[in-house]
Design a protein. Structure first.
Lengths: 97, 484
């Protein structure tokens, strides 16, 4: 395996991905990511000098609209699925002391 | 005639003729579900009461002449990643185990407006990440042709439900082959439209630049009829395209005279099962005999499509799935220590292994220091793949090939080696990268009795060529029983 994923890298990816992995999961993730990256490294075979990266298949422009409210008050609907709510707001754990 | 033998369009016509009612059709489907579901498990959620109520209401509207559309009164199954107001929508994930949307996806609304009646929500790979419907948090779906085999994925529940007669048609979504490949494995018709043809509003996003909603149906006529109804320009989806040519049923003509069809040699190389190859080439021969001009060509870059796709799809997924954090909807972990710990525990407990794998890969390829080497590189190769297709469509109306290298694998065979599962997407994936339309339709069976799919790919906005050619082939092929 060409790509060896270090413990530090997996820790860092865990932070970015907001995932908490068990030691066993970490080992598996290191292996999986290594073999995926080995595979993706195949792209390095291609010379892409001078090629514009293509994010969208059509030449799309930004879609603008007037800043006018078209829907009514949907706060009740918006909060309907929230695991925690209070006084018409989402409730989350304390974020600072 | 047994109600379940009708195609979707035939059923709606029979209802309008007074031969059968929408309620009887729904009752027939629900009875079929009772009989089959314990073996197939195509559905995550079935709402009988609501389905029967809605069917009765639609029947009234048909009788009063208020509903006249081609699918009025027809029971439909919806993949569980499309929001349905008031009906559980899980994406086959634990993290959305309790999510009841307060709005419906635009494609679903378009169908309901025309009188199609929702039966329930179909099983899928979790967040559409998978090719077998085995990564669902709600159990595997089994292939109706042989229950020891997978139905394909990620829209495996939708394909299996159509094949087993547990619905008259279904909606699926296709990010890298997720409509066409299960359609192929289950012996039904599946179409992925040109990117932007069907609104993605209310479709829970996986890879936003690749995702498209499309039909899974018993035959090509139904496929055209469904596509005609779900295609719409929607200002709520900024990538939605305004098209004037969505009268897709007008392309249902048995005529391929002069149709230029290219067969990519690179689609018939190593890894392709011999029985699949023979059936696909035999289908090409049939079209040639009907007057199509068929020739082989080199498409090139085929082996680079999968690494390009997994880089882009994982990157987009890692961003799209950030929203599942235990705050706005869905599952929240029971015990936690502060906000960040709540996010992490919720996501770690709520997502399955394959979803975590792709989120991590996506986070990595987007991270500083690796972005250029992986993500940007993939976007450049995507541009090259697009160019290869542009060159092909300068010469050909259609590209013809297999949908998948094999017929449906046995349950449990694919999950142990993710990379091997990814390789199964080799013929479908580049279609999404290039935003092209593609159709899958049955063209034979292998020695195990499992269906083989034929894939036709057209240039952007050329669905009519796909439909016309598929329809011509289907006419000659004759009935392909949806299930043994």
């Amino acid at each position: 395996m060409a790509n060896v994923i270090s413990d530090e890298t997996i820790e860092y990816v865990g932070i970015l991905a907001k995932l908490e992995l068990s030691d066993e999961e970490k080992e598996q993730a290191k292996k999986d990511m290594g073999s995926m990256l080995d595979y993706i490294d195949k792209l390095a075979e291609l010379d892409t000098t001078g090629i514009e990266p293509m994010s969208h298949v059509f030449p799309v422009q930004n879609v603008f609209r007037e800043d006018v409210v078209t829907n009514g008050d949907e706060s009740e609907k918006t909060l309907k699925n929230a695991p925690g709510g209070k006084d018409n707001m989402f409730m989350v754990p304390k974020t600072f002391e | 005639m047994d109600i379940l033998e009708y195609s979707a369009v035939e059923l709606s016509a029979a209802i309008k003729d007074g031969k059968v009612t929408a309620s009887e059709a729904m009752e027939a489907v629900l009875a079929r579900i009772d009989e089959k579901e314990k073996d197939i498990n195509a559905y995550v959620t079935i709402d009988r009461e609501q389905a029967l109520k809605a069917a009765a209401a639609v029947q009234g509207k048909i009788e009063r002449g208020e509903l006249t559309g081609s699918l009025a009164g027809v029971p439909v199954a919806i993949k569980d990643n499309m929001c349905t107001e008031g009906m559980l929508t899980t994406c086959s994930s634990k993290i959305l185990e309790n999510f009841v949307p307060t709005f419906s996806a635009e494609a679903v609304i378009n169908l309901e407006k025309e009188g199609a009646v929702i039966i329930g929500k179909t099983n899928m790979d979790e967040f559409a990440m998978g090719s077998t419907t085995e990564t669902s948090a709600y159990g595997v779906t089994r292939n109706p042709w042989n229950t020891a085999h997978v139905p394909g994925g990620s829209s495996g529940g939708s394909a299996a439900a159509v094949a087993a007669g547990e619905c008259f048609f279904a909606l699926g979504s296709d990010t890298g082959g997720s409509i066409r490949q299960p359609a192929s494995f289950c012996g039904v018709v599946g179409l992925k439209p040109t990117y932007g043809t069907v609104s993605r509003y209310g479709l829970i996003a996986y890879g936003s630049s690749l995702d498209q909603i499309g039909p899974l149906t018993k035959n090509v006529s139904d496929c055209a009829a469904v596509l005609e109804l779900i295609a719409s320009h929607d200002t709520k989806d900024s990538t939605s395209v305004k098209r004037e040519d969505t009268d897709f049923t007008s392309a249902l003509a048995a005529d391929v005279k002069g149709m230029k069809i290219g067969i990519p040699k690179d689609y018939f190389g190593e890894g392709l099962d011999a029985e699949v190859r023979d059936a696909v080439l035999a289908a090409a021969k049939v079209l040639e005999e009907k007057g199509a001009v068929v020739e082989e060509f080199d498409l090139s870059l085929v082996e680079y499509a999968i690494p390009t796709y997994y880089t882009i799809a994982a990157a987009e997924a890692s961003s799209n799935l950030e929203r599942f954090d235990g705050v706005k909807y869905g599952y929240r972990t029971m015990e936690y220590d502060g906000l960040h710990n709540m996010y992490k525990k919720t996501r770690s407990e709520g997502f399955g292994a394959e979803v975590k794998r792709r989120i991590m890969l996506g986070s990595f390829v987007l991270s500083s220091g690796y972005y250029d080497a992986y993500y940007l590189k993939a976007l450049k190769v995507k541009a090259m793949i697009n160019k290869a297709f542009d060159e092909a469509f300068a010469k050909y109306d259609l590209i013809l090939g297999p949908v998948a290298p094999t017929t449906a694998p046995r349950l449990g065979e694919s999950l142990s080696d993710p990379l091997k599962m990814y390789l199964g997407d080799i013929y479908t994936i580049s279609v999404n990268l290039a935003g092209l339309p593609g159709i899958s339709l049955p063209c034979g069976k292998d020695s195990k009795g499992l269906p083989i799919g034929l894939q036709l790919i057209a240039d952007r906005f050329q669905e009519k060529k796909l439909i016309q050619t598929a329809y011509t082939y289907e006419k000659i092929r004759g009935d392909f029983k949806t299930e043994e």
